[in-house]
Design a protein around this ligand. Sequence first.
Ligand code: DC
Length: 223
Amino acid sequence: MANPPFLIVAIDGGAASGKSSSARLLADRFDLLHVDTGSFYRHITAELLRRGVPSSDLKALQAALAAMQFSTQIEGRSARMLIDGQPAGDEIRSEEVNGHVSHYAAIPEVRQKLLGYQRGLADVARQHRLRGLVMEGRDIGSVIFPDAGCRFFLHADPLERAKRRAAEGRQDSIAERDRLDTSRKTSPLKCPSGAIDIDSTHLTLAQVVEQMSAIIATKLAPA
Ligand code: DC
């Protein structure tokens, strides 16, 4: 019998563009593994800050990265990355991490360390008999899975995004992170050619998810 289809959905976009909320809903609707790659960069950042390794000290950073072991814990339909067996704590959403994460994420060695790990999560989804994975980040449709079955790019007006963060009761340096994420040399945030560009400024979350679902359903029926 032929293998059932396995679908990779890539969602990229700036800070607070609605990636996480829509990815979670899509994972439930289509029985996909949800992967929030921003949380991986945040976890590494929190760990490097805890160890006192500044983003400016490339030698210390390389040594720290070389020693880090990544593994995965599945909670419901979400993949959590463990570093040396430890899950990320609440501090990954702190102002301190918000302020540093884009600096660490711009370093090619950090991105390289995560590249194979992120691609390997497709096998983790298969092992858990899920029908695919939905991975959100900044370079998923451009670098990690350029051949993904569906690639979306979400954007929204910066004022609207700031409002969304405030409504969540969170402080975030959205504009500064976007500036750093779009201007870095390695894997900058950009809408990859061929990706479906959705402007969510005047859309509700449900409307965004409906648009994406209609496209995904052409490849995979809802679970
Ligand atoms: O999605 P987020 O806002 O939690 O991501 C935190 C930071 O991680 C973001 O400012 C840039 C970086 N990041 C990245 O460079 N590439 C990804 N695929 C995901 C996140």
